[in-house]
Ligand binder design. Structure first.
Ligand SMILES: [Zn+2]
Length: 107
C-alpha cells in the first residue's frame, strides 16, 4: 500500500495547538495512523534517570520532545502550490506515484 505521507515530507498542521505550523516528517507510524513532525506538538517532559532505551546520551531531567500527531491533522505541502491533497497515478509501466491533486505534479 502506498503511503500518502512519508518520512522526509514537508507537512502543514491542520488542527490542534500547532495549527498552521510546517515541518518535516521524522517518522511515520502507519499502524497508529500517526506521524512525528519536526517542531510540531513539542512538549516538555520530565524524564527519570534510567538506562537509555533507544536514545543514546540522554540524561534525566526536563527534555523537549515531539509527540506524534494524527495523520488526519496534517496535510502534505506541494512544492508548487503549497498545502494540498495527495493523489496517485499509475504510469504506462505500472509504476505508482504520488501526485498533487491541484497541479498534478509528482510529489
Ligand atoms: Zn501542487
Amino acid at each position: 500500500m502506498a503511503a500518502k505521507i512519508r518520512k522526509g515530507d514537508r507537512v502543514r498542521v491542520l488542527a490542534g495547538k500547532d495549527v498552521g505550523k510546517e515541518g518535516r516528517v521524522i517518522s511515520v507510524f502507519p499502524e497508529k495512523g500517526r506521524v512525528l513532525v519536526e517542531g510540531v506538538h513539542r512538549v516538555k517532559r520530565h524524564e527519570k534517570v534510567r538506562p537509555a532505551k533507544g536514545r543514546s546520551g540522554q540524561e534525566g531531567g526536563i527534555v523537549t520532545t515531539e509527540l506524534p500527531v494524527d495523520l488526519s491533522n496534517v496535510t502534505l505541502i506541494c512544492g508548487v502550490c503549497g498545502p494540498t491533497r495527495v493523489g496517485f497515478k499509475i504510469d504506462d509501466e505500472g509504476v505508482k506515484s504520488r501526485i498533487c491533486r491541484k497541479c498534478e505534479s509528482e510529489l
